[in-house]
Ligand binder design. Structure first.
Ligand code: PLP
Length: 385
């Protein structure tokens, strides 16, 4: 009855089954994967947020394929605050970054065409690509006192069917930003081979150090699609508002926008109340981001304090984002280890292989978990080795 593209194995993995059993048993759980910002104890200005949704203008239907002008203008202001000039005409609003990906995949790829994705990176891409009939090909990131793109391997991964290169800036879960030199190389490579750059920048604002990272928004060197949204920037994933910005060589960008507009027009996904409230929601990011960064820095300091007290485990460098990668002895596979930590220590972490780490011995922890839970979870985790 059903299409092959969605013929997934839907049986839960062993870790998710172990988690379900743990929860069903009513056992204590120190959740070091917690990354739903609305459940991590951050203070939201609920009156302002809810009042923004109460707007008589929401009673009118004004279909606009790119999204309401006022919301797109607010997005341009978000970028101008970073010193980046974006035209509202180059923005298409979507309900999520995932939807933005799917629009861009549809724009660029015929069935079976390929997109390059970083490894390690976050695991949503697989389903997104399957649904759009796109084949994902991994290019490795290498770690040497910090992560960087392995350009020779990236180049080798390019085939006649490659349509673009995906970058996550900063990446989830490695937490590293793309550097100026890498951006220049990516532009050169993509422009020379007729590939697009697809940049996921949902964590762009969460830099642990103060340096201002590069953004792909407005990048002119190659056809570029920069994506972000309220989910992470303002900690409002439930509001379902994101965007994609097209930039690059004039004629290519014009054609891309023309087609993106038709794709967006076919769905007209974002709803009126949320679009009308977007200027307010974006303003709310300042208070949210201050709290997140305070939490991230505190948890990172606690992790370092505890790591300093032992010799078996260490962590990789974190430049930004909400996660840290902990290096542990690879005595058993990552998944086995995560199950063991859950069963025996009540600690829930993500194993590195969820994110396509090249080797065993990596665990990923969320830096926005509540501070006490984080400290106790890390204590139990480290005591297990
Ligand atoms: C790197 C990255 N991109 C995109 C998303 C999804 O964002 P959205 O809620 O806008 O689809 C996530 C969610 O965790 C993410 O980690």
């Amino acid at each position: 009855m059903f299409a092959e593209r969605t013929n997934w194995n839907l049986a839960g993995n062993r870790l998710s089954e172990a988690l379900a059993r743990h929860r069903a048993g009513g056992k204590r759980l120190l959740d070091l994967t917690a990354s739903n910002p609305t459940e991590c104890g951050f203070a939201y200005d609920s009156e302002v947020i809810l009042a923004a949704l109460w707007n008589p203008a929401a009673l009118r239907y004004e279909p606009n394929p790119k999204g309401l002008g006022s919301a797109r203008l607010a997005v341009t202001k978000y970028y101008s605050a970073r010193g980046v000039a974006i035209s509202a005409e180059d923005i298409v609003l979507t309900t999520s970054t995932s939807e933005a990906y799917s629009f861009v995949f549809r724009l660029l790829c015929n069935p079976g065409d390929e997109l390059l994705i970083p490894a390690p990176s976050y695991p949503l891409f697989g389903f997104l690509a399957d649904i759009q009939d796109v084949k994902l090909v991994r290019y490795p990131l290498v770690y040497d006192h910090g992560w960087q793109i392995d350009f020779p391997s990236l180049q080798q991964a390019i085939t006649p069917r490659t349509r673009g290169v995906i970058v996550v800036n900063p990446n989830n879960p490695t937490g590293h930003f793309i550097k100026d030199k890498e951006l220049a190389k990516l532009n050169e490579l993509c422009a020379a081979r007729g590939l697009a750059l697809i940049a996921d920048e949902v964590f762009l604002d969460f830099a642990v150090r103060d340096a201002r990272p590069v953004t792909f928004a407005g990048d002119a060197g190659a056809l570029t699609f920069a994506m972000s949204g309220l989910s992470k920037i303002a900690g409002l994933p439930q509001m379902k508002l994101a965007w994609v910005i097209a930039s690059g060589p004039g004629e290519l960008k014009r054609q891309a926008m023309e087609t993106l507009e038709v794709i967006a027009d076919t769905y007209l996904s974002p709803n009126a109340p949320v679009q009308l409230a977007t200027p307010v929601f974006l303003e709310q990011r300042h208070g949210f981001q201050r709290q997140v960064m305070a939490r991230v820095r505190k948890n990172l300091a606690e992790l370092d304090r505890q790591l300093a007290g032992q010799k078996t485990c260490s962590r990789l460098e974190v430049e930004g984002g909400w996660y840290a990668v902990v290096r542990v002895p690879a005595t058993v596979g990552d998944e086995e280890l995560a199950i063991k930590l859950l069963r025996e220590n009540d600690v829930y972490v993500h194993p590195g292989h969820f994110f396509d780490f090249a080797a065993e011995g990596y665990l990923v922890v969320s830096l926005i978990a509540r501070e006490e839970e984080f400290a106790e979870g890390i204590r139990k985790l480290l005591a297990a080795f």
